[in-house]
Design a protein around this ligand. Structure first.
Ligand code: APR
Length: 253
């Protein structure tokens, strides 16, 4: 584990110049954009029980309570201007400037990476700006409120529209693509995640078991999986991510 970030960052290990980079992001990268994390003091799960709003059982038991939770989070994105911060922007620059492939795997359901310009990106927990029909699986963009009265435009059924997000107990999206990316990357960077929720929390161990990547944690503080990372730098994402990206790009010249 390395000390908190000096201004001129020294990378412990340089990936191969054309190397593949996989980046896992969590709620911490969006914190300085004004979005709450889940498990920090005052975080989302300190205000509402995840068992009441983020499981298939909760939706079956009380769909309007679940809709109210996600309606409030969508409304926050509509009313308060939530913008990408320097960390999101640095990752978008890395994608355009790095000579090899860069893939962001985000656990976040916000669209700040897209707004920053990242295109090589997958949302393993879905996005709250989309809805999915429980009856026919059709997925559509959805930025307004949602309720049990909404009718699916594809199958015509009412009551089955749900947020297109992955709830606890459900399988994250694109896991085959993620598995391939983890096994075939040269640098794995984990940013702004507490390492509490699987399978994402297990990615670093999977790489240490059967991948070849150098593993780096960039976080405000050591995560639950900190000891698994070969390199780590701690501080606010809006500061440490641009510094790390700058050093990485300087090494690729
Ligand atoms: N810069 C960098 N890291 C930060 C910052 C910041 N400004 N602020 C907080 N962090 C770190 C915290 O130290 C913590 O390690 O971000 C992490 C946030 O952890 P969580 O709140 O647990 O969020 P996350 O890891 O993304 O949760 C994973 O859990 O509830 C589910 O589906 C939800 O995708 C989410 C998943």
């Amino acid at each position: 584990m390395t000390e908190s970030l000096p201004d001129a960052l020294m990378l412990d290990v340089l990936p191969p110049r054309e190397g593949r980079i996989v980046i896992l992001t969590g709620a911490g990268i969006s914190k300085e954009s004004g979005l709450d994390t889940f498990r920090d003091a005052g975080g989302i799960w300190s205000k509402v029980r995840l068992e009441d709003v983020a499981t298939p059982q909760a939706f079956a038991r009380d769909p309007e309570k679940v809709h109210a939770f996600y309606n409030m989070r969508r409304a926050l994105n509509r009313t308060r201007k939530i913008n990408p911060n320097p960390a999101h922007l640095a990752l978008a620059e890395l994608e355009t400037q790095w000579p090899g492939e860069v893939l962001i795997i985000t656990q976040n359901v916000d669209t700040l990476h897209e707004q920053a310009g990242s295109t090589s990106l997958l949302h393993m927990h879905g996005v709250h700006s989309k809805a999915r029909c429980n009856a026919c699986e059709n997925t559509v963009d959805w930025t307004g409120d949602m309720s049990v009265r909404d009718v699916c435009g594809a199958c015509g059924k009412a009551g089955g529209m749900r947020p297109h997000v992955v709830w606890f107990g459900e399988t994250p999206l694109e896991m085959d693509r993620i598995g391939w990316a983890l096994s075939n990357c040269d640098l794995f960077i984990s940013i702004g995640t507490s390492g509490n929720v699987y399978p994402a929390a297990g990615f670093v161990a999977a790489i240490r078991r059967n991948g070849r990547a150098h593993t780096v944690e960039l976080n405000l503080e050591p995560s639950a999986g900190a000891s698994m990372f070969e390199e780590s730098h701690y501080g606010p994402a809006s500061r440490i991510v641009p510094a790390y990206v700058k050093a990485l790009l300087a090494s690729s010249l």
